[in-house]
Write a protein that binds this ligand. Structure first.
Ligand code: SF4
Ligand code: SF4
Length: 300
């Protein structure tokens, strides 16, 4: 077990000596993001670790089948209202930008699934009616597969706030290993939390109008995060060439094209890693791994 100072935190991510972090993301679900993330990890000859940050629907374990070594609860502070003291003034409701508070029948109530644990409502309450309580919202699981540390996060059913779990997953990563992050799909807070601080982002898309649209949103987000990106086009032999034209016009490198192939779909549905089902992909992903700019520059 590494000490806290050896672990990655989002605040430390840019400042400490550490190995490269490569995020695999997609503007929408179902594009083959996990297929790419697991293939990259398994094809590599380097010492790497795999972080499954898709905490609402973690599924990399289906392919990696890690041996679980440790489960760490993720516990967050939440506000607790003292109904005796609360006057129903509404200051806390007005302050909370996540709509996690309401005044009902003259008393404040908390919708804890919406709370982001910022603690601000406690500070603004003029009656000191808000105190802190703690609640578990999920777990971080640490395991090992193929000799590689695999860390995933699982958000409890009914919970809606994924970023703290993603933060907790990243906090368990070791500094001295190349990190592959399987990000949540989409471009909302969970994806941002997963990708921020990475050295490079591989965006997986497909050549369809939806794929094109969601890719443009994802590119905007990673550029906002100052993370360079490249694109993998999955099911590349369907659809149109709008994704390709967009990448050319935006100067985004197309790193790989994966054709639609029944054998790939069958392996995926059976939880068999792509590079095991179709070994020709091992060399392709190994080559891709070495060509990802931060890894190429370090001579991976
Ligand atoms: S702690 Fe922050 S997010 Fe949670 S209810 Fe209070 S103000 Fe809202
Ligand atoms: S700010 Fe305090 S007193 Fe006012 S509604 Fe909220 S909990 Fe009640």
């Amino acid at each position: 077990m590494k000490s806290d100072t050896e672990k990655i935190t989002n605040s430390a991510i840019k400042t400490k000596e550490r190995e490269s972090i490569i995020a695999i993301a997609s503007g929408k679900g179902g594009t083959g993001k996990t297929l790419v993330a697991t293939s990259l990890a398994l094809a590599s000859d380097e010492d790497i670790q795999f972080l499954d940050c898709d905490v609402e629907e973690p599924n990399a374990y289906v392919f990696l089948k890690p041996q679980l070594q440790e489960t760490i609860p993720v516990i967050l502070p939440f506000p607790k209202i003292d109904a005796e003291k609360c006057t129903g003034c509404g200051d806390c409701v007005e302050f909370c930008e996540y709509n996690a508070l309401a005044v009902v029948k003259g008393k404040a109530i908390v919708f804890s699934e919406l709370c982001h644990s910022c603690g601000g409502c406690m500070l603004v309450c003029p009656e000191n009616a808000i105190s802190e309580t703690a609640r578990q919202i999920g777990v971080v699981e640490i395991g090992e597969a193929y000799g590689m540390p695999v860390i995933d996060g699982v958000l409890d059913v009914g919970e809606a706030v994924a970023p703290p779990i993603i933060h907790a997953v990243k906090a368990q990563a070791k500094l001295n290993l190349i990190t592959i992050i399987d990000s949540p799909p989409g471009t909302a807070c969970p994806m941002i939390e997963a990708v921020k601080g990475s050295d490079y982002c591989v965006l997986v898309t497909e050549p369809t109008p939806f794929g094109y649209h969601d890719l443009t949103l994802a590119v905007e987000v990673v550029r906002e995060l100052d993370v360079p990106c490249g694109v993998i086009i999955n099911r590349a032999n369907i659809g149109d060439d709008k994704v390709q034209q967009y990448c050319e016009s935006e100067n985004i490198e197309i790193l790989m094209r994966i054709p639609m192939d029944r054998k790939i779909a069958e392996a995926y549905s059976e939880g068999i890693p792509l590079i095991e089902a179709l070994p020709e992909y091992k060399e392709k992903f190994n080559e891709l791994f070495r060509e990802i700019p931060p890894l190429y520059q370090r001579g991976a």
